[in-house]
Design a binder for this molecule. Structure first.
Ligand code: FES
Length: 112
């Protein structure tokens, strides 16, 4: 990767500024809306989204943007796209290294 592209990738990194306690454990990196962010193995996607200040997470089938509501897998208000797969619950999906997470996506809008 040439230096310019590497620099641009670095500049697109999200910082975790809203953790209640400093994260600890084995770090990895994931991508949220094409921005790199540090994540801890064992935490769920919703935790990372909140840590970087993303509260408007999902787009429902009526094109409304929603935020997480229940945090325990019931309401479907936290559906995100993970590695190209739609309607993954952010609150119930654990981080995996290199995961690509897109918020505010909806498979209906993309024509699926
Ligand atoms: S916040 Fe309700 S299912 Fe995830």
């Amino acid at each position: 990767m040439d230096q310019y592209v590497e620099l641009m990738e670095h500049n697109k990194k999200l910082d975790r500024k809203q953790d209640i306690v400093p994260p600890s454990g084995q770090f990895t990196q994931v991508w949220i809306d094409d921005q790199r962010v540090d994540a801890v193995l064992g935490e769920n996607i919703l935790s990372v989204l909140f840590a970087v200040g993303k509260n408007e997470i999902a787009q429902n089938d009526h094109a409304k943007i929603t935020g997480a509501y229940c945090g325990m897998g019931i309401c479907h208000c936290c559906n995100v796209q993970v590695n190209g797969k739609h309607k993954m619950k952010a609150c119930q999906t654990l981080i995996e290294p290199g995961m690509r997470i897109n918020t505010q996506t909806n498979r209906l809008e993309e024509g699926f």
